[in-house]
Design a protein. Sequence first.
Length: 300
Amino acid sequence: MKIGILSSDPSLYSTRRLVEAGQQRGHEVRVVSTLHCSMNINAVQSSVHLDGQAVDLDAIIPRIAASSTFYGCALVRQFEMMGVYSLNSSIAIARSRDKLRALQLLSRKGIGMPITGFANKPDNIADLIDMVGGVPLVIKLLEGTQGIGVVLAETRKAAESVIEAFFGMKANILIQEYIRESNGSDLRCFVVGNKVVAAMLRQGKEGDFRSNLHRGGSATVAKLTAAERKCAVMAAKAMGLKVAGVDIVRSNRGPLVLEVNSSPGLEGIEKATGVSVADMIIDKIEQDLLLRKNAGKIVA
């Protein structure tokens, strides 16, 4: 089987692990630089080109950077139209990357999440603060990643000032309740197919409420409750993702989903848990392509 990993950097841990796992199982694996691809779109035989040559693949693993979501989703869609299997679909990736849309989908499915407010005008600030239960509260840039653009406002005056500043910059922001009992920690649940294959507890560094490993947080293996496993799988399904990193906080009212990541990193989860997640991802592709071959149709 010929597998392409859509990635901007072949030296990244996640990309390298997926290449290794695929090759160890006897597959031909190559890294396809997302932004260096071009698309030939026509009514007869569409194609994707890289370095002047048509790309011939049986399956792709999208590892789309947040900064290239639009082009990356267009490229995944092109491969899909050519009949190439994609681990995560272009529609599912786009859903998860739009934080507001993702939260609305989670809400519609009745999946637990922090109370969230969204508005467009400065005259809504007082109502926004009240609707999430007052301060402290969390302010998030819609386009932020890895904890960047996330602010904890501990007083009403601070919240009003930060929200006004973001509105003044014409930035789109979410306002969320702060889950005090989480104590700056969250769970990263790695979902492959219909189950959580690995989970870690991430703890923010002292004085920082953000638990992202990129921001100096630490990670240890986590033991999930049945409710937390169910919540993570339901969140991934709500986005339509076959592989996802679901971030959950433990609250007094049960697990609450913070975010669903369509290109979750492998380094933190594999090192914290000792689980070879990359092998499970390749196994998922093999299973789906076998089902597709036997059924003569694309697996949903």
